[in-house]
Design a protein around this ligand. Structure first.
Ligand code: EPZ
Length: 419
């Protein structure tokens, strides 16, 4: 397995371009199953999760044409299997997103239960309950979800919990249902809005996305379109955190500052000078040391759980004591034990980490456990004294396009060592 070797101590300087959002591209690629004609999706990031999704669609018999700029044209007129196998779903939980579209378009779907992952049990009960309320006949057997529906019916759904992919699955299913579906307590993430915009470009009638109540008026068919996914707000926040932790000065381009307001607010609270333009964000530490911040993760527009690990690393080297409360997932502190091996002073109490800033971290061999935990270890390696070796970086490759190239462009001393 590949490793990253990072020599700490260099403040990052310069500018980089932000890639398309993984968590928008995944539901939008699933949504192509709903269309009668080919759908061309642009600004797709070059990530392992995208490759997995393409493999999944390909296995189903869907035609995929990819160009050198990672635009993907999907034509599902040749589809022959309505089946998402465990071997693919276990490697990427977001495969569950084909359930709603398959059921709505073809009236049948057999999709492996995703199972848990490092950060939590990750149930999909709310996805299933919503589809049942829309008239689907669903039973779980042998680790697979077996779903059937001659035609889904519009329903009034009140989500017990805010679930991003749950909202997305049900919104997609509702586009071809008979009647109108209302989803209350819906997820408000920008990726949900991007999916809704793509669905409407295909001829759907979705309104209210971005708010907590989404309404979908079912139509008889959706057509092909061309849609570019929005920039990745978590990649954006991660590179801003990298500039902050190294005491650098960085511009990130082709992003959307409005998607990151809670993160920008916390970076300013931590002592960073942050300026924003229409599609760029500048961060400059101006030689000052980071200050500790208190973070509590919550659904959008509050502070995102996907930036929690990165801010844990910021607090590790900040002045003062900061607390980080993780309210979305039950086991999202796997990075803490690895950071402690580098000299971090962190006390875990339930879903809260109390972090006393230290003056220096020392390099160590550390192990990535999940996507965003991996990012927090890279951030720590950028400031630790010596050469930090991050192992199992396949986790990172799932969500960060060419991370070592982008960081090296900003002056980081980082290299990938093939297994
Ligand atoms: C999406 O996961 C993202 N993934 C995650 O990003 C992100 O961390 C998460 O939303 C929260 O923002 C994609 O969009 C592909 P949830 P998702 O359903 O939809 C519970 C990354 O790093 N829940 O919003 O799976 C669940 O256990 C990944 O890019 C149920 O109980 O998350 C969790 O506690 C990691 N039953 C909470 O809701 C359900 O049926 C929120 O989960 C569904 C969810």
């Amino acid at each position: 397995m590949d490793k990253l070797i990072i020599t700490g101590g260099t403040p990052l300087e310069g500018e980089i371009r932000i890639s398309g959002a993984k968590n928008a591209a995944l539901p939008i690629l699933a949504a192509t199953l709903l269309a009668d004609g080919p759908v061309k999706v642009g600004n797709i990031p070059h990530l392992q999760d995208i490759t997995t999704t393409m493999e999944l669609l390909g296995r189903m018999g869907v035609e995929l044409v990819v160009d050198e700029r990672m635009n993907i044209e999907v034509d599902c007129s040749t589809i022959r299997e309505l089946f998402a196998p465990y071997e693919l779903v276990k490697s990427m939980r977001a495969s569950i997103l084909v359930l709603g579209p398959m059921l709505a378009r073809f009236g049948k779907a057999v999709v492996s239960l995703p199972g848990g992952c490092a950060i939590g049990s990750r149930p999909v009960n709310l996805h299933i309950e919503g589809l049942v309320k829309m008239g689907a006949d669903v039973h779980v057997e042998g680790g697979y979800i077996h779903a059937k529906a001659s035609r889904l019916k519009g329903a009034h759904l009140v989500m017990d919990l805010v679930t991003v992919t749950g909202t997305e699955n049900l919104m997609m299913a509702a586009t071809l249902a008979d009647g109108t579906t209302v989803i209350e307590n819906a997820a408000r993430e920008p990726e949900v809005v991007d999916l809704a915009n793509c669905l409407n470009a295909m001829g759907a009638k979705v309104s209210g996305a971005g708010g907590d109540t989404i309404s979908v008026e079912g139509v008889d068919k959706l057509c092909g379109t061309h849609y570019d996914v929005l920039p990745d707000r978590i990649e954006s926040g991660t590179y801003l955190a990298a500039a902050a932790i190294t005491g650098g000065r960085v511009r990130i381009k082709d992003t959307r500052p409005r998607m990151l307001e809670a993160v920008i607010e916390k970076l300013r609270e931590a002592g960073a000078c942050v300026e924003v333009g229409d599609r760029w964000i500048d961060l400059d530490m101006k030689g000052s040391r980071l200050r500790s911040t208190n973070i509590r993760t919550s659904p959008y527009p509050a502070f995102p759980t996907d930036m929690q690990a990165q801010f844990t690393s910021l607090n590790v080297v900040a002045s003062g004591t900061g607390t980080i409360s993780e309210t979305v997932f039950e086991n999202r502190f796997m990075h803490v034990h690895e950071l402690q091996r580098m000299g971090a002073d962190i006390q875990l109490a339930g879903n809260t980490a109390v972090i006393r800033g230290v003056d220096r971290l020392t390099a160590a061999p550390v192990m990535a456990t999940d996507l965003r935990a991996s990012a927090s270890l890279v951030l720590a390696g950028l400031v630790a004294e010596g050469d930090t070796v991050v192992e199992r970086i396949y986790h990172i490759d799932r969500g960060y396009e060419s991370i070592e190239e982008k960081l090296a462009k900003l002056g980081a001393r980082i290299r990938r060592v093939p297994a």
